[in-house]
Design a protein around this ligand. Structure first.
Ligand code: ADP
Ligand code: MG
Length: 449
């Protein structure tokens, strides 16, 4: 086993130039390591001070990452080692102070806080995928590597990926967990190619502790992306880092996917998510209703679970619609109302409300441009429509506030929360305004056709 300091050195190597590494770190060695202190010896005071002055930030991160939060680093040098400028030998060994604690890590905002293991309902269709996901979140890089999760649209793959990321970060808040969609990976790669930043691109991906790539099927047919992904995959795999991939189908049925990637994807564990059975659908509806304090009558739950056949996103779409109706009208939902509200969705199950459509409808209604909804312009003519569109996005789609903020020109999630509250207040107070919002939501529905 490598010593703690050896593992830290590996990471430092990635962070600084080879020359600097050779000069300042190649002569260092671990003298002791306890639960609370890692002690490292360097040749003399000059080394110790240079390392402290130049590399303390990196060292703090690296030691925390490898050793955990509680470990502090001390640097010492041998008694009597001569001072650089010929001064008298130092009297004894000196311990340098510990790097200051890092600020509490923030949850990366690309993760949906609602997609956790706690909110995931387990049924026959996803039991194995769930068990494997729990396993890799608890013990990354062990047996199930890579973990390949496949299945149709809206069946919980992205939810599981986020849940794994949350799990990994709970276990090790400083772990470098990198979640990306394959599309995003492609875009980043193209950007780096254009700016001649390929070395940075590569080194960034190779420093990751866990890589989660959503919807890998999109890299099929893209040769350069596949090549880079292949190298990244190998580097991480060989370093024992966990890789988790989702796809809408198995590798062998993915045309345009390179053979060497295909072969690697099946090295670890392949597991599918299927369509949920009736009972699982009911359980999901009930869980999601409870999360939002919504009273869903059993007969309505059964009706929806029975009618929505294909996927969970649609199931959720129906529920969102019921909840919105109830909140707008201040009524409970019974079976006839549910049947009426959901008849279109049920007839044409692919119609899920999108933020784009909401933006279109709202911009037409208020006679502003979609770009105005996304702008930072605070003039009254734009703020109300913008807030209404955010309100509808929050109520008619499953998107998180972070996601909504992003789709409105990169606003903060707190802005979305504030806007939503404001419009909710207006809806509650002003019945004419409430009717307008209702009409807008109906228009959005029509647009989905
Ligand atoms: P996919 O990535 O497979 O297309 P998602 O993970 O985006 O599907 O799931 C679609 C929606 O259904 C999400 O809102 C997700 O929270 C929900 N969902 C899927 N499976 C479950 C489940 N087992 N329990 C609770 N919610 C689920
Ligand atoms: Mg997905």
């Amino acid at each position: 086993m490598n010593s703690l300091w050896d593992r830290c050195l590996e990471r430092i190597k990635d962070e600084i130039s080879p020359q600097a590494y050779e000069r300042w770190f190649s002569t260092s060695r671990q003298t002791s390591s306890t639960d609370s202190t890692l002690t490292v010896q360097v040749p003399d005071r000059f080394f110790a001070e240079t390392i402290r002055n130049r590399y303390w930030g990196i060292l703090g991160d690296v030691v925390r990452l490898e050793g955990g939060e509680g470990v502090s680093l001390q640097i010492e040098f041998p008694e009597g080692s001569a001072h650089r400028n010929g001064a008298a030998p130092d009297p004894g060994h000196v311990l340098l102070p510990t790097p200051p604690p890092a600020p509490a890590p923030r949850k990366p905002d690309f993760l949906n806080p609602k997609y956790t293991f706690d909110t995931f309902v387990i049924g026959a269709s996803n039991q194995l995928a769930h068990a494997c996901s729990l396993q890799v979140a608890g013990e990354p890089g062990s047996r199930l590597n890579p973990l390949f999760i496949y299945g149709g649209v809206g069946l919980g793959k992205t939810h599981l990926l986020h849940a794994i990321s949350h799990g990994l970060l709970e276990r090790r808040p400083n772990a470098r967990v990198y979640y990306t969609s394959a599309e995003n990976f492609i875009n980043e790669l193209i950007g780096s190619l254009q700016r001649n930043h390929m070395p940075e691109f590569r080194s960034k991906f190779r420093k990751i502790d866990a890589l989660l790539v959503d919807d890998i099927q999109f890299i099929a047919g893209k040769e350069r992306t596949q090549e880079e992904f292949f190298f990244t995959f190998n580097a991480l795999y060989e370093a024992g880092k966990q890789i988790i991939i989702t796809s809408d189908r198995v590798p062998k049925d993915t045309p345009g996917l390179e053979e060497r990637l295909r072969a690697r994807f099946v090295w670890g564990m392949m597991v599918d998510v299927g369509t949920p059975d009736f009972e699982t659908k009911v359980a999901i509806l009930q869980k999601k209703s409870a999360e939002q304090n919504f009273n869903l009558p059993t007969e309505v739950a059964h009706f929806v679970a029975d009618k929505v056949r294909s996927n969970i996103r649609e199931l959720e779409g129906c529920l969102i619609k019921l909840i919105f109706h109830a909140s707008l009208h201040g009524t409970d939902i019974d079976l006839p109302i549910a049947e009426e509200l959901l008849k279109q969705i049920i007839r044409e199950p692919s119609r899920v409300t999108t933020i784009e459509n909401i933006q279109r409808v709202v911009s037409e209604h208020y006679q502003v441009r979609v770009s105005d909804l996304k702008s930072k312009n605070r003039s009254q003519a734009f703020t109300l429509p913008r807030q209404v569109a955010m309100f509808l996005s929050r109520n008619l789609t499953p998107a998180s506030t972070t996601e909504i903020g992003r789709r409105f020109g990169g606003k903060d999630h707190s802005t979305v929360i504030h806007s939503t509250r404001k419009i909710q207040d207006l809806v509650d107070k002003d019945s004419a305004f409430s009717a307008t919002v209702q009409r807008l939501s109906e228009r959005v529905d029509l647009l989905q056709q």
